[in-house]
Design a binder for this molecule. Structure first.
Ligand SMILES: [Zn+2]
Length: 391
């Protein structure tokens, strides 16, 4: 195999180096050589490849003409509006998913976790179409799929069997949704999800929007089961808005339970409501990572799949203004996310996957604040996007 060399790369510690990649892995960060082999990065800042911890490849309208937002204000409103609108979408799930993957790649994402709706109407259709899109991007961007019961399991006939089938078909994780707020049966929902996870030997990623003490109680119930079943490190709760709204004592109890069970928390730093206490969670030893969530779909017209921008939004909403604070937000979209979704070995170090982006920025903090264009995106030593276009 050839050894790609990317010359005159500037690292965040200020050093200028030549990056050598062997068999898809970083083999060296060497003093600049007197050679013209390889690609000259001209002193651009090099950052690790970005990781998007939570998207919905099957929901996006990307690739369609602009669609005005129509859904009402609550989660059930949005679920209903989304289903109503599916019928008149003129472009298939597979094609829209490919548009989304192309965009994420051009913005420097090298791996992502996508939830895919499994419901009584779409059954396994979205999953199979998203899998076809994933196959088309093999080697360009890594895609991990969650079988997601958007319309519930207990309240949606046949979905439990469909989830079982989705996991047999190759979905890597089982999803879940508001055990109390949507399903009205905390233990019933968790029994089902955790049983399927155990049966297929897969991880879990549960959407939990339920607020306040109800939501915090659900978080602790999830943590308890995770610990009891020995599933530490394999369970994520997405959103966990309750963490933003409970009193300090409840927050402490809940953070301790999450840390002890090694349950990860995903945030998209959404624009409504209070942000979960990202820095406090990290200080308490809870793994926190970031994802885009909805990108131009029936749930939200916002979002663009840019994880540098997502890091900026986390920092902005959390009031993280120092370079260290901004670096923490960046970690949610890189190292912490890679660890949470099990993508590794990861990072700008010898032996890790040869993934990086090159941008015009003076420092890491400036890159997050400015979100400069991605001049180059490299995955496994291979240039996959350049100046906003796939290679
Ligand atoms: Zn979501």
């Amino acid at each position: 195999m050839t050894e790609p060399r990317f010359r005159n790369a500037r690292l965040t510690d200020g050093r200028t180096v030549d990056i050598v990649i062997r068999d898809g892995l970083f083999a060296g960060f060497e003093a600049p050589a007197q050679t013209h082999d390889g690609e000259d990065l001209g002193g651009k800042l090099v950052l690790p490849g970005l990781i998007d911890g939570h998207i919905h490849l099957d929901k996006t309208f990307l690739g369609l003409p602009w669609r005005p937002h129509r859904a009402g204000p609550t989660v059930p409103h949005r679920i209903a509006a989304e289903k109503d609108g599916r019928a008149d979408l003129p472009v298939s799930v597979e094609e829209r998913a490919k548009t989304f993957l192309a965009r994420e790649t051009c913005l420097g994402t090298v791996a992502l976790r996508s939830h895919v709706d499994i419901d009584p109407d779409s059954r396994l259709d979205h999953l199979h179409q998203v899998m076809a899109a994933r196959d088309a991007f093999a080697g360009i961007i890594d895609v991990q799929l969650v079988a997601f019961p958007q319309s519930g399991v207990l309240i949606a006939p046949g979905v439990a069997d469909l989830l079982d089938a989705a996991l047999s078909d190759g979905a890597e994780l089982i999803g879940g949704i508001d055990p109390v707020g949507i399903e009205s049966d905390l233990d019933g929902h968790l029994d089902l999800i955790f049983d399927l996870a155990e049966k297929h030997g897969v991880g879990i990623d549960i959407h939990l929007h339920d607020p306040g003490h109800k939501g915090a109680q659900e978080l602790r119930a999830i943590a308890d089961r995770t610990a009891a079943l020995g599933m530490q490190g394999k369970v994520t709760v997405s959103h966990a808005f309750a963490l933003a709204t409970v009193d300090d004592r409840t927050l402490d109890l809940t953070m301790t339970a999450l840390r002890d069970a090694d349950v990860a928390i995903l945030t998209s730093a959404p624009g409504t409501g209070a942000l979960i206490p990202v820095a406090a969670l990290r200080a308490a030893g809870v793994r926190v990572f970031a994802g885009s969530d909805n990108v131009r779909d029936a749930w939200s017209p916002f979002g663009n799949g840019d994880m540098l921008e997502r890091a900026m939004l986390v920092a902005y909403r959390a009031g993280l203004r120092t370079d260290d604070g901004i670096a923490l937000a960046f970690d949610l979209a890189t190292g912490a996310a890679a660890q949470a979704i099990g993508y590794g070995p990861y990072g700008l170090e010898v032996g890790a996957r040869g993934d990086f982006i090159a941008v015009d920025a003076e420092t890491l903090a400036e890159a997050v604040v400015d979100r400069p264009p991605r001049a180059l995106v490299v995955k496994g030593g291979r240039a996959v996007a350049r100046d906003g276009a796939l290679v």
